[in-house]
Design a protein around this ligand. Sequence first.
Ligand code: B1M
Length: 211
Amino acid sequence: MADLERLADAVIKGDQETAVDLTKKAVDEGVKPLNIVNQGLIAGMNVVGKRFKAGDMFVPEVLMSAKAMKSGMEIVQPLLVEGEMEAAGKVMLGTVAGDLHDIGKNLVGMMMESGGLELINLGTDIKPEEFAEAVRKHNPNVLGMSALLTTTMLAMKDTIEVLEEEGLRDNLKIIVGGAPVTQDFADEIGADGWAPDAASAKDLVFELIGK
Ligand code: B1M
């Protein structure tokens, strides 16, 4: 197996130590940093996304893979030539007002980052006005809202209304997700999309920003 394939494999297996060793080895051997990222680290994480979506991998394994990928990225990132790896888009994520669940939302964030998107993770219990303020400040391409409670998912609707009232909705794509959230609900509140899981959420973002 070629070295970059072995690196991808280490990411898939969530083997942080091997991922770090193989990343350092590739750097020492003069492999182009961008190739290490695309053919090793991201290639591995893409497989993880597909397997997770298919139900062949579970949350703890995905978290370990993301950790392995991140450790490799920390080594390569400073070596990338400026502009060589520009983010494909900027995504802002937050769990809505009144809701403290963030495991799924953070998983969504990891998938976004590993797909080459810039991520702004606002955290949990984000009120509509706080979302609006952050959108004004960071101007993301996509806002993703997560909710795990049937009571708090209604805050997604309130947030979209505030964004509309404040004139921030026009150039912004909005996606929603979380266990109680459905495509029908997303349509009802005027979101641009819904995704059932973290890997699908990343695919949806790329679809919405046309990349
Ligand atoms: Co809570 N909780 N919880 N809880 N909790 C649930 C959600 C619940 C279903 C448990 C139950 O009763 N069976 C229930 C909700 C009932 C309902 O409304 N229908 C519930 C309740 C009632 C509560 C409290 C009210 C309990 C209480 O205090 N009486 C309370 C509320 C606190 C609050 O938020 N204000 C509460 C508290 C907590 C903890 C703090 C203890 C903890 C959260 C810790 C944390 O997140 N840091 C917790 C947990 C862990 C759960 C369960 C057990 C697990 C949730 C989880 O992390 N799943 C959950 C029961 C369950 O789901 N089995 C439960 C794993 C995660 C990877 O999946 O979050 O679904 P999930 O994310 C998926 C997809 O949904 C999707 O992708 C992810 C990965 O593929 N997704 C998106 C998520 N966000 C997305 C966004 C997207 C796209 C996809 O686009 C933007």
